[in-house]
Design a protein around this ligand. Structure first.
Ligand code: GLN
Length: 253
């Protein structure tokens, strides 16, 4: 009798864990009814405090929020690190299940992917040398060489400024390195990574002139079922204070 009960228990456990795995909402494109247990997040892990390496592990606000979402969906989070500029293609081609990379919602991107509700906001800022800076405000960018990260809203913004010469780098850190070496006059990048760069590099500062507010959200393949599921998870994580807790942990105040 005991044996039968034990066997039954094992069967019930196996069935329920199969159910949890089956509920993992990966995109259905993998077809043929195979249950997906992992969700792949496309990111560029050089964007502290949103995603960056601590040893071999990718940590940060996005990594932790993604992990909390995946827990709710009963999935294992797998982070795929790539160039920022490749994320949308990875997501729209189904190579990754979602993209999360301090990514700003823009109308142009909405043509290629769907976005979830926003989970936080940011602005672009200008970083310049602490001394002898040629750029003192947004208008000065028009006569300056400006470093940006390829394909970001900073790139889009500066590319629209007549007279500015845009230097595109694959990582924000490379743009900042060029700035510290005097190869560009300024760098335009998101405010929180900018703070991290200024902390890590001597002799640079952020100008007190932020641009318009931007919304960060998660991007998904157009029409993905996962968007509604992630929105539901995000809503719960906002309501129970988890998102705020994660953001506060990395940004403070
Ligand atoms: N928020 C900016 C954008 O979406 C930069 C993102 C990033 O570099 N990871 O374009």
């Amino acid at each position: 009798m005991k044996k039968i009960i034990a066997l039954l228990l094992v069967a019930v456990l196996a069935a329920s864990s199969a159910l949890v795995l089956a509920s993992c909402g990966g995109n259905s494109d993998t077809g043929s009814g195979d249950t997906k247990t992992e969700l792949h997040m496309a990111t560029n892990a050089f964007f502290e405090p949103y995603e960056y390496y601590e040893g071999k592990k990718v940590v940060g606000i996005d990594a932790e929020i993604a992990d909390a979402i995946c827990k709710k969906l009963g999935c294992k989070l797998v982070i795929d690190d790539m160039e920022f500029d490749s994320i949308i293609t990875a997501v729209s081609s189904g190579k990754a299940d979602f993209g999360m990379a301090g990514m700003t919602v823009t109308d142009e991107r909405k043509k290629a992917v769907d976005f979830t509700d926003s989970y936080t906001t940011a602005t672009q800022v200008i970083i310049v040398p602490e001394e002898g800076n040629k750029v003192n405000n947004g208008d000065d960018l028009a006569k300056a060489s400006v470093g940006v990260q390829l394909g970001t809203t900073g790139d889009i913004y500066v590319s629209d400024i007549k007279g500015a010469s845009v230097e595109r780098f694959s990582k924000g850190a490379d743009a900042v390195l060029a700035l510290t070496k005097g190869k560009v006059d300024a760098v335009v990048i998101d405010n929180e990574p900018a703070k991290a760069f200024v902390e890590q590099n001597d002799g640079i500062k952020i100008l007190d002139e932020p641009f318009e507010k931007e919304d960060y959200a998660i991007c998904l393949k157009k029409g993905s079922d996962l968007t509604a599921k992630i929105n539901k998870a995000l809503k719960e994580l906002k309501e129970d204070g988890t998102i705020k807790k994660i953001v506060d942990k990395y940004i403070g105040d």
